[in-house]
Write a protein that binds this ligand. Structure first.
Ligand code: PMP
Length: 460
């Protein structure tokens, strides 16, 4: 309420937080406990990160780290930048945001609309690389005398949820909440909210993290995944993999791995069946909550954080063509699809020797050559395929004693192939080939086969 007795906020900052709980009336199992989403997409910047942004700026003003008219700098996948942009606009700060190139274009455009300066940097680089989001943001802050918000290690990030999200959920459920589910990016949401709920319930409430299945938080191999803003990717060249200090692991009882396909399809279901248009990290969290709810009695009560809106991802998770291209969608076609004629393939790290390749008993004539990733699980992510091994040529050279077992495979590796999704029509896949003799077939963004340009086995 402002001073004029008009029922209004003094500024947009007062509209941050206080988000409603909304029951999942249709997708949650009818016999199970009620499942409520904490609707964080209703914050003014469209995401849960408005809370952390405001909290971090207020703390920095209090400590004197951020002076009037100062410069805020942050590395972020986008939403924290949007939150900071709102606070910066209201309180007269300049803002520079460093975003990884994997972030959606919509988020960059929104940041620019708020007047933020946006610096895009490659996302897939080792942590020690000067171009890494965190390193670059730190350098820009140092060089400009700015204040680095540093959401990954800033205690004011989880504190926003300990003081806000947690008490709200407790109040809104009249203390009946039994399970709290959230994704883990910086860890601020789950750590702050989870800690509060455990304290107030004397340890009764269970806290469940949901995580992309290749993220290292849930024990994955750290390879690329498609859900933005949660999980922890590990570049194979990273020497020391630091986890954020905003993530308090002791608060979380279990971290549930969820595949990209389940996350994306759950988000799409929520739009069509519940009227909730949400981001893919919300799909991950709700997928975890639904799995959990299926195991619980009806008198439990599940609250799950849905961090942002699907409007930021219309060109990705809500674009059928995008999904089909990565093999996330296999809808019905009258025409023959890639799936009908895809051939099996195998994969090897680029560091493999000729001996390794000869001993490797894989199918097909073209094998994907990948960046070396210790502990890699399953087929390689398309983003980690760097070349194509010509298997018949290598075997012929070995048979004619022209190849030494200890030599690297390099001489037999050609360029990586274009990609096509398993559910694409053969016509669409052929159009993607260009001059290439074949394309990698992707299932859930991973190389699972080869589509040959003129395949005699193919139906016409
Ligand atoms: N989902 C989205 C869309 C986000 O932007 C974030 C913030 N990175 C998260 C989930 C994770 O939240 P937190 O950083 O608090 O763990």
């Amino acid at each position: 309420m402002d001073g004029t007795n008009v029922e209004a906020f003094d500024s947009v900052l007062e509209a941050i937080g206080g988000t409603p709980l909304i029951r999942l009336a249709r997708v949650a199992p009818a016999a199970g406990p009620p499942v409520y989403v904490k609707a964080e997409f209703l914050n003014p910047g469209g995401s849960v990160k408005d809370r952390a942004a405001l909290s971090m700026v207020l703390a920095a003003e209090r400590s004197g780290e951020l002076k009037p008219g100062g410069h805020i700098v942050e590395g972020t996948s986008g939403n924290t930048g949007i939150g900071l942009a709102i606070v910066a606009a209201q309180r007269g700060y300049r803002l520079t945001v460093v975003v990884p190139d994997k972030s959606s274009r919509e988020k960059t455009l929104i940041l620019q609309a708020y007047g933020a300066e946006v610096v895009v940097t490659p996302g897939a680089v080792p942590r020690e690389d000067p171009a890494h989001v965190s390193q670059l943001a730190r350098r820009i802050a140092e060089e400009s005398g700015g204040w680095l918000a540093n959401q990954y290690d800033n205690p004011a990030n989880p504190a926003a949820h300990h003081g806000g999200t947690g008490p709200e959920i407790w109040r809104q459920t009249r203390g009946r909440v039994t399970h709290f589910v959230a994704g883990i990016g910086t860890g601020g949401t789950i750590s702050g909210t989870g800690a509060y709920l455990k304290e107030v319930s004397e340890g009764r409430i269970r806290v469940i993290g949901t995580d992309p299945d290749h993220s290292v938080y849930s024990g994955g191999d750290g390879s690329p995944y498609f859900v933005e803003s949660i999980g922890h990717y590990r570049h194979p060249g990273t020497a020391e993999d630091l986890w954020p200090q905003s993530y308090h692991r002791d608060v979380v009882d279990v971290v549930e791995p969820i595949g990209d396909r389940e996350s994306i399809l759950t988000a799409r279901r929520l739009a069509r069946e519940e009227g909730l248009l949400l981001g893919a990290s919300a799909g991950t969290a709700v997928a975890g909550a639904l799995r959990l709810a299926a195991t619980l009695p009806p008198d439990d009560l599940v609250v799950v954080v849905v961090p942002d809106s699907g409007r930021s991802y219309l060109s990705k998770y809500y674009d059928d063509e995008w999904l089909r291209g990565f093999g996330f969608l296999e809808d019905e076609h009258d025409e023959p699809t890639v799936a009908a004629t895809a051939r099996a393939c195998s994969w090897l790290p680029s560091t493999a020797s000729i001996g390794d390749a000869l001993d490797h008993d894989g199918p097909g004539d073209r094998w994907a050559v990948t960046v070396p990733r210790p502990g890699a699980a399953g087929p390689p992510a398309a983003a980690e395929v760097t070349g194509t091994l010509d298997v018949p040529r290598l075997r012929a050279a070995a048979a004619q004693h022209r190849a030494r077992r200890s030599d690297p495979i390099t001489d037999y590796v050609g360029p990586a192939l274009p990609t096509t999704g398993l559910g694409e029509t053969r016509r669409a896949a052929t159009a993607k080939l260009g001059q290439a003799p074949a394309a990698w077939v992707l299932t859930d963004g991973r190389v699972t086969g080869v589509f040959e340009a003129a395949d005699p086995a193919a139906p016409s």
